[in-house]
Design a protein around this ligand. Structure first.
Ligand code: THU
Length: 133
């Protein structure tokens, strides 16, 4: 895996954000990720008149990851309507962790951070294999 092109990821996240369907919150979100095979996948938030049913951008990202062949997230850029880094909500950190693990990188206002830092003491697939006692 070559060097991460954060600028390219940021551009893809902004492009995704511009497709967001956020008529209720008026808070568009876009996210793009570099996958282990080199492709880039993206997603945007999709809201609903039944407010609680809205889908975060990361949900679309994960759907596109799986629908286009799977793989692992290497690096992720998530942006708000101004194109600034957005810290994903807790539920979405869990979604990203599932498909990137602790070493996946997420761009923040303080530069790239690992998912281990963004979701400390995470529950993940490995925990399902643990049998205690
Ligand atoms: N949102 C996301 O798409 N991802 C996040 O990580 C945080 C929040 C969306 C949900 C809703 O459509 C809007 O942002 C305002 O909360």
């Amino acid at each position: 895996m070559s060097e991460i092109n954060w600028s390219q990821l940021h551009t893809a996240a902004i492009a995704a954000m511009k497709t967001a369907y956020a008529p209720y919150s008026k808070f568009p979100v876009g996210v793009a990720a570099l996958v282990s095979d080199g492709r880039i996948v993206s997603g945007c938030n999709v809201e609903n008149a039944s407010y609680g049913l809205g889908l975060c951008a990361e949900c679309g990202l994960v759907s596109q990851l799986i629908a286009t062949g799977g793989g692992r997230f290497i690096a992720i850029s998530c942006v708000d309507g101004q194109g600034n880094p957005l810290a994903p909500c807790g539920r979405c950190r869990q979604l990203l962790f599932e498909h990137g693990g602790p070493s996946a990188l997420l761009m923040t206002d303080d530069g790239p951070q690992t998912m281990a830092a963004m979701l400390p003491w995470a529950f993940g697939p490995d925990d399902l294999d643990r049998i205690e006692g």
